[in-house]
Ligand binder design. Sequence first.
Ligand code: MN
Length: 481
Amino acid sequence: MYEFWFVVGSQLLYGEETLKQVERNSVKIVDALNASGNLPYKLVYKETIKTAEGVTTMIKEANYSDACVGIVTFCHTFSPSKMWINGLSLLQKPYCHFHTQFNLEIPNDEIDMDYMNLHQSAHGDREHGFIGTRMRLDRKVIAGHWGNSDVQKRIGKWQKAAVGAAVSKSLKVMRFGDNMREVAVTEGDKVEAQVKFGWQVNTFPVGALVEVMNEVTEAEIDAQIEEYQAKYVFATNNIDPVRYQAREEISIKKMLDSEGCKAFSNTFQDLYGMMQLPGLATQNLMSKGYGYGGEGDWKVAAMTRIIKSMGERSAFMEDYTNDLQNGLSLGAHMLEVCPSLAEDKPRIEIHPLGIGDREPPARLVFEGKAGKATVSSLIDMGTHFRLIVQDVECVKPTQIMPNLPVARLMWKAEPNLEVGTECWILAGGAHHTVLSYDVDAEILRDWARIMGIEFVHINKNSTPEKLELDLKLSDLVWKNA
Ligand code: MN
């Protein structure tokens, strides 16, 4: 299981008594953070570092530990930062500089020079900050008292981003077929994606999937149908197409698991030997944390998996059509929207697809929840990857839409539909996104920083005029990074 190391910077100058007090206080801070309920992952007090050799040894251990997915540093006292240079130059794990202080207030009557020497983070953390900046280390900086719940929550968010990075570094993506013909935005450099993100993206023949499908037993399908019955409303009496989706789901899962893949893509243009585009099958797999991208979009498949690992209620999404009168976007896909977004129990329905030349597939139909969310798109700029994130507000659908046979969400983009879309288009954001209720822009910014890629945030303060210049400058920086 994932853990984070809490490392305290100090030096030998203070003497044994003071250093013991530093350690006792630091353990109290870590215990309180763990007990707060605001950290999704355990923080482990590692040690109070006093020498350059100590820094190097600790960082080597952090690099090699599979459990440790990030380090948090704090300088309770002054820790001369030249002693950190050799160790920090080796660091391969996400890094958060937490500027806190054991005491919330200054004890005006008692304060003396001993107190000043012990509670020195105000200048200790500045020395520590300088060396991070001087070494150009990408890191998260969080300042505030460790007992403050907002501060605790920000550490928790950064932990999620670091876990997202760990998930990314070990992610395998299975591609069934290639990208949809002629589409630009779903393309990208898979070698560069592996260098940057660690993704192993490989293709597997649809024919191999069909062979696995042909071996699935009726008993396996019965068990899968029982799972559907427990989770969803059957809004059809036509069981055969549902059983066919069960067969597809079982087979896709077998292939993914046999290769250790946690995400996959397919395309309606390559369903050779299959009678239905996987709909319900893909949706139910996403509800179990697998990433998915339609039309061969392996980038969004990977991002769906990663963002789900940072917050469960996240899903592959597509901008479908606009309500320009009311400033709303309608998001859906042909079939494949994850039921983690659903307001009510999803319904299993069967309808013709309109494209793809296959039998009408069973799919889950539902409306999304209201609430704040983000949409994210990762694009390949040729020179580098750019993550574009937009703040959105999901709303209750204004109409019932009785003839629309897919899961759908409606949202208002920040700052509004027109300006928000102008910004999105200027930034090059795709029509495929990951929509998340649980992963906000701060977490995604932290994740992008850890991965070393460009980050663009479209929010209530965005204007196309300002964004245009920001994008030009940012592009210059990242082109040469
Ligand atoms: Mn699509």
